[in-house]
Design a protein around this ligand. Structure first.
Ligand code: TYM
Length: 343
């Protein structure tokens, strides 16, 4: 007799994380930060600066804390409000590492072997990578589930990691006869900006690790740099099409149209309706102006926050306390469920 699994019936919670390695780009903004802001009014939101993930590749100890403040400044400048959402650095909340260990004993090696992001990052050098880089998706599952988060706003590149989190949650609930203890977290991916591509190659995503700075728009880029990068973005000699199927086989053009749509809050088709038949001599300057209009205020605000690191530290310390107050009791319940000795 197979019983239907009992569904999670606890409160909804939003959780997401961003690594403090390298500066943030337009893909991070549209795929994650913008969604963080959109969700904070109506939901209980926890946004983590995932420094434990960052150290899966070597990070300069003199830079790590600075990088963490930099991401905090980007969250705040993008509009995340610390009175509405919790913002904190992952390493300050021990529940992440502890739950990751328990999940290491739940997740299967075969599941991790299928993770494409590890294969992409490690390339031919997988033997030389840290164990942490391989195990990274298990820590990500622990991040989410230490808060019993039900919804996770991320870009499309995180889809497979989210599926793994669901598998780990389901296997834990099943293995320890704790039906409905963990929710099966839902990724919030859909919408414009879920997959922003490189400005130089429409087949690879915009990424901090791309060696060419011209491939991405950083949240720290000045207006003239943004305009230059858009001017130099790869396109083709054809005009902007009138219909979506005219974007097929033109990934770079589709990407620029998608960026315009995401920044202006329109659909791709709306953008085509406005620019159909125009060449890039018209479209690129319009896109550059829009990018500057949306990014420049964030850059300025980030600089204001970074000029006051004590204020950032105060926000992060308060956030860490609030985060631990949620996660610690959940991980304590996990210990009980697994049957560890306690006094
Ligand atoms: P990270 O730090 O690489 O990226 C942060 C967020 O930005 C999104 N993103 C993009 N979205 C659209 N287009 C792009 N080109 C693009 N590049 C990045 C990512 O999808 C992500 O949402 N593993 C995660 C961090 C993490 C996490 C978590 C996320 C750790 N624990 C728990 C959610 C829940 C990462 O490396 O993101």
């Amino acid at each position: 007799m197979s019983e239907k699994p009992v569904e999670y019936s606890g409160p909804e919670r939003v959780f997401s994380g961003v690594q403090p390695s390298g500066s943030l780009h337009l893909g991070n903004y549209l795929g994650a930060l913008k969604k963080f802001v959109d969700l904070q009014d109506a939901h209980d939101c926890v946004y983590c600066i995932v420094d434990l993930h960052a150290v899966t590749v070597w990070q300069d100890p003199k830079e790590l804390a600075k990088q963490t403040r930099h991401i905090a400044a980007a969250f705040l400048a993008a509009g995340v409000d610390p009175d509405k959402a919790i913002i904190y650095p992952q390493a300050q909340v021990r529940a992440h590492s502890e739950l990751a260990w328990y999940f290491n004993c739940v997740a299967r090696i075969g599941w991790l072997n299928r993770m494409t992001q590890f294969k992409d990052k490690a390339g031919k050098n997988s033997e030389k990578m840290s164990v942490g880089l391989y195990d990274y998706p298990v820590l990500q599952a622990a991040d989410i589930l230490a808060f019993k988060a039900t919804h996770v706003p991320v870009g499309e590149d995180q889809k497979q990691h989210l599926e793994l989190s669901r598998d780990i949650a389901a296997k834990f609930n099943n293995d320890f006869d704790a039906p409905g203890f963990f929710p099966l977290p839902e990724p919030l991916i859909k919408g414009p900006g879920a997959r922003v591509m490189s400005l130089k190659d429409g087949s690879s995503k915009m990424s901090k690790s791309d060696p060419s700075d011209l491939s991405r728009i950083n949240l720290t880029d000045e207006a003239d740099k943004i305009a230059k990068k858009i001017r130099k973005a790869k396109t083709d000699p054809e005009p902007i099409p009138a219909e979506m199927d005219g974007l097929e086989g033109r990934p770079e053009v589709a990407n620029l149209v998608g960026i315009y749509a995401a920044l202006s809050g329109q659909s791709d088709q709306d953008v085509l309706n406005t620019y159909a038949g125009e060449g890039f001599g018209v479209f690129k300057p319009a896109l550059a102006d829009l990018c500057v209009e949306k990014i420049a205020p964030i850059t300025e605000s980030m600089n204001r926050y970074l000029a006051d690191p004590a204020e950032i530290d105060r926000i992060l310390a308060k956030g860490a306390e609030a985060a631990a107050a949620i996660a610690d009791p959940i991980v304590s319940d996990v210990r009980d469920i697994m049957g560890f000795w306690k006094a």
